[in-house]
Design a protein around this ligand. Structure first.
Ligand code: VJV
Ligand code: CA
Ligand code: ZN
Length: 393
């Protein structure tokens, strides 16, 4: 692993708070902060920390969280007592405030600390991008894209991405937000609905009434109310079950390539939710580590400063594979790392297959049926191109 060296001419930084990983949403809750430990251990086993600036980040302050979130929400988040049983199962009649305390967003021990650590991790990454101490800043502890100004949603309480983008907007004219989590990035989209300085692009499974959060249709491109500069600056790529690497990569490169030409971002914020991988406990796609990583590689090629956030990802061994591989892409050492997981990697047995790149058959047995026709994908590309005609900087 000593062949992993710092890339020449640019700095990669890795931002993490090891205390964050010790928190638990509850016994069988799908969100497992421990996946961050598994990721870090794989990154370390490959020797990648030698090639990066590594920061142990502090928690975000109340004032920093307050840059997006409402005070009454933050006050409640900081004082609501932890519950051992999710309220909607145990006690359906008890009052629910700010959507806190249901089974998706339980009130667990240390919740406020966990949230402020996630926010701190992403904000630290944004600051290093702002003062040009880093070209690519990695914040796997962030990416919690559903949280609203005054509401928790879908395992997300604090929208660290919005807070980080607000910081980027102090130093850069235009931010491109890209979201490859299998869920729609609704919280980030909504936060920037009325500005043309942020363009949001989310790729996600879309099946309202059935799949969370139910928003993000192809035609939803930002409120077209009078004189809204944010109109046409929300791009949604609604997909069906079973999309493959080949289809996803071609769609991603086509759309992001065109968005880059029209919007001309000064910086990229990329949410890399790993629940879009095949075999995810909540996801429905057939993406492999290679296809997911190809999105990161394509963004890197645009040669702009970039923050890379985590997000969803509910089969921890595959989350760790993808995020370790994507860390290697940021460094530029992806061709130097051995696809066989290092003998000395902690929890090596936990990976089941000893490779960074398991096949679809290894992950799933039988691959999930692909419900995405080429015709529909063509329509999506066509619609996005039409939206982009309204966008030129
Ligand atoms: O679909 C929903 C909402 C319900 C109400 C709550 N029940 C539990 C599920 C249906 C309508 N919520 C989604 C939220 C997904 C959040 C994704 C977050 C991210 O990846 O985009 C970013 C970090 C949902 N899907 C599956 C579950 N909730 C789920 C929640 C559980 C669970 C099993 C599944 C909560 C507790 C336990 N099991 C024990
Ligand atoms: Ca998404
Ligand atoms: Zn997700």
């Amino acid at each position: 692993e000593f062949n992993i060296v710092r890339p020449k001419g640019y700095t990669i930084s890795y931002h993490a708070n090891p205390e964050m990983e010790k928190h638990h949403f509850g016994q069988t809750h799908p969100m497992k902060p421990w996946r961050l430990t598994l990721t870090k251990s794989l990154v370390s086993a490959y020797g990648m920390p030698f090639a990066m600036d590594n920061y142990n980040t502090r928690a975000a302050t109340y004032e920093e969280l307050n840059s997006f979130h409402a005070s009454d929400y933050l006050d409640y988040l900081g004082t609501a007592p932890a519950e051992d049983m999710p309220r909607d199962i145990d006690n359906p009649d008890k009052e629910v405030r700010f959507n806190l305390g249901g089974s998706d967003c339980p009130l667990f021990h240390g919740l406020y600390d966990y949230c402020s650590m996630s926010g701190g991790c992403s904000l630290d990454a944004a600051r290093k991008i702002c003062n040009e101490q880093s070209k690519i800043a990695i914040a796997w502890g962030g990416g919690l894209h559903h949280a609203k100004r005054s509401e928790a949603s879908g395992f997300c309480y604090i929208n660290d991405i919005v807070i980080a983008i607000l910081q980027l907007l102090r130093c850069y004219p235009r931010v491109l937000y890209i979201d490859i989590d299998v869920h729609h990035g609704d919280g980030v989209e909504e936060a920037f609905f009325s500005t043309d300085r942020v363009m949001t692009v989310s790729f996600h499974k879309y099946q309202p009434e059935v799949f969370f959060p139910g928003t993000g249709g192809l035609e939803d491109n930002g409120p077209k109310s009078e004189h809204n500069p944010g109109a046409h600056h929300a791009i949604n790529v609604p997909l069906n079950d079973g999309i493959t690497d080949e289809q996803y990569e071609s769609l991603f490169q086509n759309i992001i390539g065109k968005v880059n030409e029209h919007f001309k971002p000064s910086v990229i914020a990329l949410q890399c939710g790993a629940d879009s991988l095949a075999g995810d406990r909540l996801g429905r796609f057939n993406l492999q580590v290679q296809g997911h990583g190809a999105c990161v590689a394509f963004c890197k090629k645009l040669d702009l400063p970039m923050i890379i956030f985590g997000g969803g990802g509910y089969t921890p061994r595959n989350v760790a594979r993808a995020w370790a591989y994507e860390t290697s892409i940021a460094i530029g050492c992806q061709d130097k790392i051995d696809p066989t997981i290092p003998q000395h990697a902690p929890w090596r047995e936990h990976f089941v297959h000893d490779t960074l790149f398991p096949t679809l058959e290894q992950i799933l047995g039988e691959p999930r049926a692909n419900r995405n026709t080429q015709k529909r994908l063509q329509e999506i590309v066509q619609h996005v191109h039409e939206q982009l005609r309204f966008v030129s900087h």
